[in-house]
Design a protein around this ligand. Structure first.
Ligand code: FDA
Length: 491
């Protein structure tokens, strides 16, 4: 048993954690990040593409786990993508230094101000839209694709077809910004630099082009000299000490998942940035096993951000479909949010299978009318999610409406190829909530019933934000940590 004492520990290295690390380091604080995944950048291990899954493809699994692609055998390795299997829904998350930023599609979307106000009525929306969102935009290196490139590039045929069909069906489309460097993409298209997005890389990591957190917030935090990142360090249990400090039971593992050292860390201040599911598991298991005090709202108000996948087969098969070549970075979306009867946003998603499957894939984001809740099962040491068909009734009705209208205008069928009955209600990339800002925590993320514990990640957002969530998670994190530091919480 190795015992290590540190003043401030952050668990996880995704958006919330990376923002907290940078601002604390800039304020002159020494910070340690404990991250269960690997430091991909330092390891030098390349990420694998979708069509040749390798070491980064899955977290300690014998088979790939990406939706529609779970057919490839794997040798277990601490890969970048992991999946929680619940009874009625699967939740995908990123593992590694950079958290979800390693595996996500990089879509950098600011929520509609009216919906942000509805979700967070107590926050100063003006300050978010004038200050925090622009700040985050800059720090995450958000940029937009050139329209001419979308028009000319064969890899964006799926977007052009998707948009033309949406317009024909009477829907409005929007261009979506991203953290992928589109100047790099133009050069990879010309074969001047190694290909990444144009080489099926995304959900198992991008080797080039994507500005994941290891290249932005975390790189800046490391440059202060105040941050230490310990990868392959899995926090299994939190215990509160009498002096209001915390002890963490940590397993250091190798890349096969084998324990190489058991460690105990002690810290005065603890920041949880383990992502919605990671943070909830740490909190609820500590409550169950250690009588760790928690407000009774923890675990409630969970949502899938209205994630609902759907698709259409035989999209213009005679005119070449959506194309065999597809960039992995989505740049188009259908914005139907203002339609009160069928309020949704949907990403026109790529399906880079290497052949033209004449299939259009859509990741819809809907309102969440009925929230779920998360509890802990101590016998199986896993989370249990109360989530079933009754939570997605409206989402399914929206998907049905969208697909019918698209097919009526353009031809095509419901995608039975991708989904049972044509609907993917069980696919969630955006778990949110369970430790909601101002409910389970104070207005700045300080956990109720605690003096030295702060939650800064997706679990603060009450289950829905109406668009892809990392811009909002990052902006909320900036707001929380700025105020927590100003209040002298880390003195
Ligand atoms: P995040 O999940 O990023 O990080 C948590 C970190 O904590 C992980 O690295 C994890 O390994 C670590 N951790 C957890 N438990 C731990 C423990 N016990 N000990 C040590 N470490 C622990 N969003 C968006 O806005 N645009 C997009 O295009 C996409 N696309 C997308 C695609 C896919 C496939 C996925 C899975 C997700 C997206 N997302 C997305 C969602 C987005 O990536 C997600 O919302 C954020 O990464 C969540 O940020 P957090 O700060 O909450 O934690």
């Amino acid at each position: 048993q190795i015992e290590i004492n540190r003043p401030i520990i952050i668990i996880g290295s995704g958006y919330g954690a990376a923002v907290a690390a940078l601002r604390l380091c800039e304020a002159g604080k020494k910070v340690v990040i404990l991250e269960m995944g690997i430091n991909w950048k330092e390891s030098g291990i390349p990420y694998s593409g979708l069509l040749k899954p390798g070491r980064s493809a899955a977290w300690l699994k014998r088979k790939t786990i990406a939706p529609f692609m779970n057919i490839f055998p794997l040798k277990p390795f601490t890969g970048a993508l992991d999946k929680f299997n619940f009874k009625n829904i699967d939740v995908w998350v990123g593992r590694g230094v950079g958290g979800g930023s390693i595996v996500n599609g990089g879509m950098a979307v600011v929520p509609k101000e009216s919906y942000f106000k509805e979700v967070f009525p107590k926050l100063d929306a003006e300050k978010f839209y004038n200050f925090y969102f622009p700040l985050v935009n800059k720090e995450l290196k958000v940029n937009g694709i050139e329209e001419q490139f979308v028009k000319d590039c064969p890899y964006y045929k799926f977007t052009r077809v998707g948009e033309a069909e949406a317009h024909k069906a009477g829907f409005k489309t929007v261009r979506v910004p991203n953290v992928y460097d589109f100047k790099y993409m133009e050069r990879e298209y010309k074969k001047e630099v190694p290909r990444s997005a144009l080489n099926t890389e995304v959900i198992y990591g991008n080797n080039h082009g994507k500005n994941s957190l290891d290249k932005t917030y975390l790189a800046k935090a490391l440059a202060t000299g105040n941050l230490e990142i310990l990868d392959l360090h899995c926090v299994d249990m939190i215990t509160g000490n009498e002096d209001k400090s915390y002890c963490l039971k940590v397993r250091q593992i190798d890349t096969s998942g084998k324990t190489v050292a058991d460690k105990t860390f002690r810290c005065d201040k603890l920041v949880l940035g383990a992502g919605t599911m990671g943070t909830l598991k740490l909190l609820l298991s500590a409550q169950d096993k250690n009588n760790f005090p928690l407000d009774n709202t923890v675990g409630k108000n969970w949502g899938n951000n209205g994630n609902f996948m759907t698709g259409r087969n035989w999209v213009r098969p005679l005119s070449g479909g959506t194309g065999a070549l597809q960039s992995t970075i989505p740049v188009g979306g259908v914005d139907n949010w203002e339609d009160s009867e069928h309020s949704f946003f949907t990403e026109i998603a790529p399906l880079p299978m290497g052949v033209d499957v004449a299939t259009a894939l859509y990741l819809m984001i809907n309102r969440v009318d009925k929230k779920g809740s998360v509890t802990y099962d101590k016998v199986q040491n896993r989370l249990v999610l109360d989530w079933n068909e009754s939570h997605t009734v409206r989402m399914k009705a929206n998907a049905d409406y969208f697909v019918r209208k698209m097919n009526r205008a353009n031809g095509g069928t419901r995608s039975h190829l991708l989904f049972k009955n044509g609907f993917g209600a069980n696919i969630c990339y955006h778990p949110l909530g369970g430790c909601v800002l101002g409910e389970s925590t104070n207005v700045y993320g300080k956990l109720k019933e605690h003096d030295n514990l702060y939650v800064i990640d997706g679990s603060l957002i009450p289950g829905t934000i109406g668009v892809n969530p990392f811009m909002t998670i990052t902006a909320i994190a900036e707001y929380c940590i700025e105020n927590l530091i100003a209040q002298g919480e880390f003195e």
